[in-house]
Write a protein that binds this ligand. Structure first.
Ligand code: NAI
Length: 283
């Protein structure tokens, strides 16, 4: 399959990063979000990252401006009419995602592959709301997208081999490494990572240690490049909570119970770096 034009839905921290790497790799990209404000925020993040890359001489000025020329923004899902691939990166909420896929299914051409960047939601269930379940797949990028090499590719029960192979090829064209996994709650990445983050939050909740101390133990003792609470702040505490809820409900096992402190932070609007405050403060 020859992908020329693609759309990314959601211009948040993941969507904007995904749009950037596709545009940098030479694809025509349409970035979609609900409002012009959100699109502007996404686009200016991309501009900043590209000019930093130029300053550090990682890319040329010509490459940066060609990347921006390949990037359009739109608030209309109808604009997916000429896209060969659409990647959804809206909030981690099943109702919102199924709504987006149903609408997309009406507007994207019949050959188009519809992918989700979901961290944990069942791709099989998302595929089932469309008329093209064999062309639906999970394409799970890591944060920050321009830096991280892994793309976890999740096969829904209905995903065809052709769809899988096309996505594997595209991932390599982005200079990233595809890893194939099956559709179970949290896939591999978040089934292993999120319980660790949740447990780190429990240690703070139970007064075992401060966030700084927990992060130091994991950085200096376990050689993690970043402590679990710093990482949780980067991921977004709302996203962490959604993922824990998916694991808890999906496996029905109390070991996945989200920490009450995580719920409280999300209720307070302390969502991590993106809101200016999480376990740490950000200016
Ligand atoms: P975010 O909150 O930064 O961005 C979400 C964006 O989606 C917002 O700009 C919002 O306006 C937009 N949006 C919401 N509903 C929409 C709709 N119906 N149509 C178009 N746009 C809509 O969230 P983030 O962190 O970018 O996460 C997005 C997805 O990526 C989630 O499914 C999350 O689980 C997944 N993900 C997140 C990672 C992370 O580290 N934050 C890592 C890998 C995947």
């Amino acid at each position: 399959m020859n992908v020329k034009t693609m759309m990314v839905i959601g211009a948040g921290q993941m969507g904007a990063g995904i749009a950037q790497v596709f545009a940098q790799a030479g694809f025509q990209v349409k970035l979609n979000d609900l409002s012009e404000d959100a699109l502007q925020k996404g686009r200016s993040g991309i501009e900043k990252r590209l000019s930093r890359a130029v300053e550090k001489e990682r890319i040329s000025e010509g490459e940066a401006s060609a990347t921006l020329e390949r990037l359009q923004t739109t608030t209309k899902l109808e604009d997916s009419y000429d896209c060969d691939l659409v990647i959804e990166a809206v909030v981690e909420n099943m109702d919102v995602k199924t709504n987006v896929f149903q609408t997309l299914d009406k507007h994207a051409p019949s050959h188009a592959i519809l992918a989700s960047n979901t961290s944990s939601l069942p791709i099989t269930e998302i595929a089932a709301v469309t008329e093209r379940p064999s062309q639906v797949i999970g394409m799970h990028f890591m944060n920050p997208v321009p830096v991280m090499k892994l793309v976890e590719i999740i096969r829904a029960l209905q995903t065809s081999d052709e769809t899988y192979e096309a996505i594997e090829t595209i991932t390599k064209q982005l200079s990233k490494t595809p890893v194939e996994v099956n559709d179970f709650p949290g896939f591999v990445s978040n089934r292993v990572l999120m319980p660790m983050i949740n447990e780190a939050i429990y240690t703070v909740y139970e007064g075992v240690a401060t966030p700084e101390a927990v992060d130091d133990v994991m950085k200096l003792g376990m050689n993690h490049p970043m402590g679990p609470l710093t990482l949780a702040d980067f991921i977004g505490l709302d996203t962490c909570l959604y993922i824990m809820e998916v694991l808890h409900e999906g496996f029905g096992d109390s070991k996945y119970r989200p920490c009450p402190l995580l719920r409280q932070y999300v209720k307070a609007g302390w969502l991590g770096k993106k809101s200016g405050r999480g376990f740490y403060q950000y200016s």
